[in-house]
Design a binder for this molecule. Structure first.
Ligand code: FAD
Length: 325
């Protein structure tokens, strides 16, 4: 039976986040020919309508209002609830991003819906949609389905393959006036710590450092490798606690959860709390001078050695290899 799917498209720093396309691809997998609607909140978002069509949206509902240009739970819950009521979908998807993690429970509670969060795979089995999500800090996976009512799930970034449907696909934009009132919070400005290079949560390659990196200068060495690979730099909490780098770089149970194609762990022991944030990476390379370090248990490739010798060698070799490519 065809299903109408509503996908919230997320904009950050003036660009559509890749997880929006991943959520549209998840929608394609389960819609069975049903209508796919994308939602865009904020002023000036019409420029993204055609890209959403390319990746599967049949219609795009927009709510253009300056109070939606920056995320606030108050305004977004009201605007997105308005869209859900207009669209009356069978299924709702949004990214399991910092916005999605905050917004989805608010929407679910307002509309009385169940929510399956942090989904890493979505498949159609017979007539049922089966969601996979990690549990116990990534040590096991749980399969879930919703038997009654609207199905609502947040999709973990970098897990669902993006499929372009049709570069020429026509897509209809339907604009709604914002029905937003009694806002308790207004964001006047967002000041972000300057991050060099690639955004950690969307990076395909991450070079990550732990306490073994010894100091902030050691992180400059990791940044050089990252620059050659077009990668982002992450860190263990050990490295953040030691003030070698900023907490915004922390990966793990109390930091960011990442699933890049390649994760290079340098001088990280592999504590369970760190593994919770990175063990689902597609390929893990660990560099550690201790052959017994637990990180080697999750690594696809391990280099037992001093990272201060290994990392510069890798940087040089990758430079040469990438020049000849
Ligand atoms: P260490 O455990 O000290 O490991 C350093 C490693 O570097 C060692 O394996 C050593 O052999 C290696 N090394 C040293 N010198 C070199 C060298 N020259 N070359 C190569 N290797 C070298 N941690 C996180 O990362 N993320 C979290 O989100 C997180 N959340 C937590 C939440 C709670 C509630 C608690 C209690 C802890 C949390 N932790 C978290 C901390 C976690 O338990 C570990 O303490 C931390 O991950 C250790 O960081 P590390 O691997 O960098 O340091």
């Amino acid at each position: 039976m065809s299903k109408k799917v509503l996908v919230m498209a997320e904009i950050r720093d003036g660009n559509l986040r890749n997880v929006s396309f991943e959520a549209l691809s998840a929608a394609q997998k389960i819609a069975e020919g049903g209508e796919i609607i994308a939602a865009l909140l904020g002023n000036g978002t019409s420029q993204f309508v055609s890209s959403l069509g390319q990746y599967g949206a049949d219609k795009v509902y927009t709510v253009q209002d300056e109070r939606l240009n920056q995320y606030t739970p108050d305004a977004y819950i009201q605007a997105f609830t308005q869209i859900v009521k207009e669209a009356n979908p069978d299924v709702i998807f949004m990214g399991h991003t910092s916005i999605g993690k905050d917004l989805a429970p608010g929407i679910a509670s307002k509309l009385g819906l169940g929510l399956i969060s942090d989904v890493t795979d979505v498949v159609l089995e017979g007539r049922e949609i089966i969601f996979t999500r990690p549990i116990y800090a990534g040590k096991a996976f749980q399969k879930k389905k919703v038997s009654v009512g609207t199905i609502f799930a947040t999709i973990r970034p970098n897990n669902i393959d993006v499929e372009e449907v049709d570069p020429q696909k026509s897509v209809e934009e339907i604009a709604f006036p914002a029905d937003i009132k009694d806002l308790r919070t207004i964001v006047k400005e967002v000041v972000r710590r300057a991050v060099r290079g690639v955004d950690l949560s969307e990076a395909k390659i991450i070079v990550s450092g732990g306490r073994g990196v010894k100091n902030a200068d050691g992180f400059n060495m990791l940044q050089e490798l990252a620059d050659v690979l077009g990668a982002a730099v992450g860190a263990s909490r050990g490295a953040c606690d030691a003030e070698y780098c900023d907490y915004s770089m922390q990966i793990g149970q109390t930091g960011k959860v990442v699933t890049p194609d390649l994760y290079i762990a340098c001088g990280i022991s592999g504590a369970i709390q760190h593994l919770a944030g990175m063990s689902n990476s597609k390929f893990i390379v660990a560099i550690n001078k201790d052959p017994e370090a637990p990180i080697f248990q999750v690594a696809d490739y391990g280099i037992v050695g001093d990272l201060f010798e290994v990392v510069p060698l890798l940087t040089e070799e990758f430079k040469k290899a990438l020049v000849t490519c």
